[in-house]
Design a binder for this molecule. Sequence first.
Ligand code: C5P
Length: 415
Amino acid sequence: MGSLSGRRIVLGVTGSIAAYKSALVVRGLVKAGAEVRVVMTPGAKTFITPLTLGTLSGNPVHSALTEDVEAGTWTDHVELGLWGDVVLVAPATAHTLAGMVEGRGDNLLLTVLLSAKCPVVVAPAMDRDMFLHAATTENLEKLAARGVHIIDPDTGELASGLTGKGRMAEPERIRTELTTWFKSQAPLIGYRALITSGPTQEPLDAVRYLGNRSSGRQGAAIALELAKRGMQVDYICGPSDIPTDHPGVHRVDVTTALEMKAAAEAALGAATPDVIIGAAAVADVRPRMTIDGKASKGELPDTIELVDNPDILAHLNAAAPDACYKVGFALAHGDGRAAALRKLSAKGCDLVVLNSITDKGAGFGHTTNRVDFVHGPDRIDSFELKTKEAVAVDLADEVQQQLLERPPLLTPLDD
Ligand code: C5P
């Protein structure tokens, strides 16, 4: 597996003489396993042809804002920005850096950079005095403050004949810096999660249901935290209006436990997850009969016969490979440690996240949670009351530690 296996890189090429080295940048990235889509500024095309970069990347090169003026089609910069795990601009001219600082959108690359949700890396290339100019220095400082990673240029002979700092970093250094940086930014790229979240609603008739007060907030926070770390997340969610907008979160909304089971099993069948997290508050039972339409008061039965819902997490855990890390949740009334330990083995989990509805500020409906991580009788980690986002960070840290000990079970490229 290449060091950049499965990583999607949008490579921006701008109008510097160093653009001739972009061919080697593309080749190095592709050889390391990355998928590369090149976006060229109009200026870049005077230094290197789209045909060269298109051939080496194996993908069409984009450079115009409009694809076909007559047909009225445009190049979808939003799609390009969302597609990439990173946008790498190499070489990045003083002009493009200034355009990024100002948020200009007068060429395709700048609009991609404005739309990108992913991190951005730039490899500046320019003449010594341009690089030393206060405008460039300030622009690089501003971009760094916004989180743009800068690959420092080399010092040496420049195209102008001058000697100094400004030569674009060699393609090999760009590739190694990018690989190291990727690992630090999104250490879980290439790994996959399957999460169930939210309540389920079990219909009595067209308007009435059995349900619970779960908001889906904890599951949503976990999905977003894992996606932020680079994971692809299949997020199967019962009725919940907590948003999970992130390109890495593939959300399937369901209503009943049976729908949740079917959607989760479909996701498991489509791509092997590295971690399964059952954060859903699945209704344990459902009415045996559902009345068609809305029953009038007199039509409602005196007693409702209930049947058990399947245990979704237990089914998923049994079907997933042993190497998949399996996490369940347990909501207890009072000290639920003994019950959590039982659930560990009964459901085939590696970890049960225990929370108690008797803890103030924890459980359903709150924005905070207080949890214990129950790994086994000899290891139970207790945490303070904290926001559900902070609990998600603790859980993601644990998941990350487990996953980084082995390669992904199935990389996105194998999908
Ligand atoms: O047995 P209990 O409902 O306490 O177990 C809670 C854990 O099991 C949670 O992780 C929940 O998502 C999962 N579960 C499930 N399907 C059910 C019941 C619980 O996936 N029918």
